[in-house]
Ligand binder design. Structure first.
Ligand SMILES: [Zn+2]
Length: 496
């Protein structure tokens, strides 16, 4: 049995769940659901990042303790993902005792191995990023490239991680294993960064105390980025359960946005190497969703609220649109107009109508029972090669391709019925029955392939067509005769 361990970034609790974080969750969820469908053992982990200066500040502004603040804000993420049918197996909060234990074990090991040392750090610091910048990275030599506000010069006695010692090993890791970062453009970006040479990085703060304590020096806490990355080990029992750890590590797939690529693909594997464990197996890097070529932002007023879409249409509608809209890893445009257009064309018309037609025709003219699925024969739907291509696409983390192959079966099903026109015949003759049986099986296969994207509708399709929970990913003849269920339109058309 294969193990499939997938993670999302853990989200900073001061933010709101938005389309970008929903996009990461939906992709990771789809991959997790796909591997469950294959029969793999799946561990899907998400969570919230709860330490750092900004969080302590926000708690103070709201007149509560930091712990009260993060309890409240973390819950919003858990609730939001529930509304999008995100099927995570574990939700890590970095303020949990299990996480502090793993962080302290892991970083103590790196310290023992001689890769952490104390030094005075002087640097240009952005409070909002909680990160130091090189002068060359600043806008106008003065402002944070993310926030556009001036950085401040800070100096403090810090512990440093000897990142520079891992420069060559990281280059070798990615040169010998180019599939470790998807898509390939991000691999080249990381290699380019590595070839410029790495400098050591400060990993602790003594100026704040809302963080995980440095076990060998109580006056310091770990810098929030280091502690956050380690959640990927907390979830698999690093330092507490060797058996669990060996089962899931290092064959992990980290899904992340391209804006946090360096933290993940440079610092994180180096930390693993420094602690004497294997680096993570793979990074799946998503692009940005743009509106008319611009990033979404509150100030531009061009945001898409994922929870509003899920409640207006359905979680499936949002999931389908986001997975289909752009190739995984690429930037691409999204908008409410194109969401409604795709919803009506693909889900309401092509998929929803095909289901209604098969069920209605079999009920009116076929005695209300499911038509038999014939041998694949000439495969007029092209289901054989399309299913194979869809399986490969899901396995290669290409949801939009997998969806496209499933929808090609659906469109072929509609074309077949248009050609045979069973509705013009007084009763279901052999040709009509053959066509309806083929379309029924084509819909089953399409529903299976689409189930990671639209889990609710897929289950409904199988049940209305009298298939129960059958999930074979190949054409499977069967005698028919099961009861069919008529129901409300699966995806009611929207008029805007
Ligand atoms: Zn900043």
């Amino acid at each position: 049995m294969t193990n499939f361990y997938i993670t999302t970034p853990i989200y900073y609790v001061n933010g709101d769940p938005h389309l970008g974080t929903a996009y990461a969750e939906i992709n990771a969820d789809a991959f997790a659901r796909w591997h469950r469908l294959l029969g793999d053992q799946v561990l899907f982990v998400t969570g919230t990042d709860e330490y750092g200066l900004k969080i302590a500040q926000a708690a103070a502004e709201n007149g509560v303790t930091p712990q009260e603040w993060v309890d409240r804000t973390s819950e919003r993420f858990r609730r939001a993902w529930g509304k999008l049918d995100i099927s995570f197996d574990d939700f890590i909060r970095t303020t949990e005792p299990r996480h502090a234990r793993t962080v302290q074990e892991f970083l103590s090991e790196i310290h023992r191995r001689g890769y952490i040392y104390k030094d005075l750090y002087v640097g240009l610091y952005c409070v909002s990023c909680e990160a130091y910048y090189q002068e060359s990275e600043l806008v106008n030599g003065r402002d944070c490239p993310v926030h556009g506000r001036p950085v401040t010069e800070m100096s403090e006695e810090n512990y440093f991680f000897a990142l520079s010692k891992f420069n060559d090993r990281l280059i070798e890791l990615y040169e010998s294993n180019p599939g470790a970062i998807i898509p390939e453009t991000r691999l080249h970006e990381v290699l380019g960064f590595l070839r410029q040479g790495l400098t050591d990085v400060s990993i602790t703060r003594s100026s704040i105390d809302w963080g995980v304590r440095v076990p060998w020096d109580e006056g310091h806490v770990f810098y929030v980025w280091y502690d956050a990355l380690i959640n990927y080990l907390t979830a698999v029992g690093y330092g507490t359960s060797q058996g669990t750890f060996d089962r899931w590590w290092p064959s992990v797939h980290h899904l992340l946005g391209k804006d946090i690529l360096r933290f993940h693909a440079v610092w994180w594997p180096a930390m693993c190497m420094a602690a004497g464990i294997d680096p993570p197996a793979q990074f799946l890097v998503t692009g940005w969703m743009l509106v008319n070529g611009e990033k979404m932002s509150k100030s531009l007023g061009n945001q898409i609220d994922p929870l509003a879409v899920a409640s207006e249409l359905s979680p499936d509608a949002l999931r389908y649109y986001l997975l289909r809209a752009n190739g995984f890893g690429l930037d691409g445009d999204v908008s409410m107009e194109s969401l409604y257009r795709v919803y009506n064309a693909d889900l309401a018309n092509d998929l929803g109508n095909l289901l209604s037609r098969v069920v209605a025709l079999s009920m009116q003219k076929g005695g209300g029972v499911a038509p038999a699925v014939p041998e694949i024969g000439g495969d007029v739907l092209g289901a054989g090669p399309l299913v194979e291509a869809a399986v490969s696409a899901w396995n290669a983390f290409k949801p939009n391709d997998a969806i496209e192959h499933a929808m090609a079966i659906v469109r072929a099903g509609n074309a077949l019925l248009e050609r045979v026109e069973p509705w013009r015949r007084p009763a279901l003759d052999p040709e009509s029955l053959d066509a309806l049986g083929r379309v029924r099986e084509g819909l089953r296969l399409a529903a299976a392939i689409l189930s990671p994207a639209i889990p609710r509708a897929s289950a409904e399709i199988l049940s209305r067509l009298g298939f129960g929970a059958r999930g074979e990913l190949r054409w499977t003849p069967e005698p028919g005769g099961a009861a069919l269920e008529k129901g409300a339109p699966l995806f009611p058309r929207v008029v805007k």
